[in-house]
Design a protein around this ligand. Structure first.
Ligand code: ARG
Length: 454
């Protein structure tokens, strides 16, 4: 491409460190879309003749056919996807191919291609998140009234419902989808026409290429257009937060599946066995969803480290923008699909969960609240009395509801028989009617409102 200025070929090591076709060939569809839009604009503006322009467009169709057929020769000697396409175009149509790069640089070309790729990736991810949410909604509805222990510090805290627990993830994945959608809106401006860095002396129409590629408008500063990778970073940040959510959920599935918890199981086709321990059923998919977070968050760290300290405008460092983004979105794609499959197939042991919901003095707060409500005790005093009741029950090896009335009255004389009504986990859950609370009615209302939103 630059033989006019150079008298020797690149050294092997120069080629080895420079070549990116193995990675950026994934941008071929975006590269062709960008070239077509650019070519049509060159024709419309009279920068390239209709005949040459048409020859280029036909040649690009041939390139696409070859790529789709798997016969396109991707060659290291042409460095990247842009030059591979152009080199092949030249072989296919000859002289007119040399006019395609008028008023364009690889700098605005790659910025455009990569934006289009990341935009698609964000759209795909939003669709996957919505699919996961919709499976979660079904499972939450099915278990809106099934009890499980709610935890803080992974210590039994208060009874909740499994539906409520699952709905917490619907909220998280909803915010994740919102972050990808926000990133998409901000990234949807076209770098094409910024050329190398300063803009172009040709009478190009940047509005036209922007519109053709589905961008809202052209970017407003040519230096920024070729050197900005915020869109990739922002998407990686959204991906990292989403991966964190997936990882928390995956961790819960791992914990639920351990025999000591025994809260849930997954079918054979979503678990693995052990080559030595015949009894094992391992939640490998959940563990790998948990682990994929490393690659995804690593992608954000990798790209922000590449970008930090780069002077304006383009530097070749920026070629290192693609591997972390491709790797992160590949990992997120797998993790979202695996999580959706697990949520669909998860088999909760509702009996065991309900039993655990009533253990661990989980209704102690309900007793304290009753003392405040019915006997007008200050909450701190009620907390103290309840603590003493828990201590007594623990010493006797029974639950709170098993303490006799006399026992309770020895701690607080005003207690009556009515107190036992609030000590069951069912009553505890049903009483939490505050907006967003775990009462089955509230959970069902939230499910309905999410169904509408989706
Ligand atoms: N392969 C390059 C990249 O991904 C394309 C842009 C090259 N531009 C240049 N001035 N060398 O960044």
């Amino acid at each position: 491409m630059w033989g006019g200025r150079f008298s020797s070929r690149p050294a092997d090591i120069m080629q080895a460190i420079n070549v990116s076709i193995g990675v950026d060939r994934r941008l071929w569809a975006q590269d062709l879309a960008g070239s077509r839009a650019h070519c049509r604009m060159l024709i419309q503006q009279g920068i390239v003749s209709a005949a040459d322009g048409q020859a280029i467009l036909n040649g690009l169709d041939q390139v696409q056919a070859e790529i789709e057929a798997g016969t396109f020769p991707f060659r290291d000697q042409f460095e990247d996807v842009h030059m591979n396409v152009e080199a092949r175009l030249s072989e296919l149509i000859g002289e007119p191919s040399g006019r395609l790069h008028t008023a364009r640089s690889r700098n605005d070309q790659v910025a455009t291609d990569f934006r289009l790729w990341v935009r698609d990736a964000c759209d795909r991810t939003v669709a996957q998140l919505q699919a996961l949410q919709s499976v979660l909604l079904d499972r939450a509805e099915q278990h809106a009234g099934d009890l499980m222990p709610g935890f803080t510090h992974l210590q039994t805290a208060q009874p909740v419902t499994l539906g409520h627990h699952l709905m917490a993830y619907v909220e998280m994945f909803g915010r994740d989808a919102g972050r990808f959608a926000d990133a998409r809106t901000r990234m949807n401006e076209s770098p094409l026409g910024a050329a190398a860095l300063a803009g172009s002396p040709f009478p190009i129409d940047r509005q036209m290429t922007a519109a053709e590629l589905g961008f809202d408008r052209p970017m407003g500063n040519s230096l920024d257009a070729v050197s900005d990778r915020d869109f990739a970073l922002e998407s990686l940040a959204a991906a990292s937060i989403c991966a964190g959510h997936l990882s928390r959920f995956a961790e819960e599935i791992v914990v639920w599946m351990t025999p000591m918890f025994g809260f849930a199981s997954l079918p054979d086709d979503l678990t693995t066995g052990s080559s030595i321990m015949p009894q094992k059923r391992n939640p490998d998919a959940a563990e790998l969803v948990r682990a994929k977070t490393g690659r995804i968050m690593g992608g954000f760290v990798a790209l922000s480290t590449v970008m930090k300290g780069l002077p304006l405008a383009y530097s070749k460092d920026m070629q290192e923008d693609k591997p972390p983004v491709f790797e992160a979105f590949d990992a997120l794609d797998l993790a979202l699909n695996a999580m959706t499959a697990m949520v669909r197939a998860l088999h909760p042991d509702t009996g065991r969960m309900a039993a655990a919901a009533g253990a661990g003095f989980s209704t102690a707060t309900d007793l304290a609240d009753w003392l405040v409500r019915e006997l007008n005790l200050p909450f701190r005093r009620a907390h103290h009395v309840t603590g003493a009741a828990v201590k007594r029950a623990e010493a006797l090896g029974v639950g709170l509801a098993d303490l006799s009335l006399a026992e309770l009255q020895s701690l607080e004389p005003g207690v009556t028989e009515a107190v036992y009504k609030v000590l069951s986990p069912e009553a505890s859950c049903a009483s939490r009617q505050s907006f967003g609370g775990t009462a089955p009615d509230q959970v069902r209302a939230r499910i309905a409102s999410w169904r509408e939103r989706l």
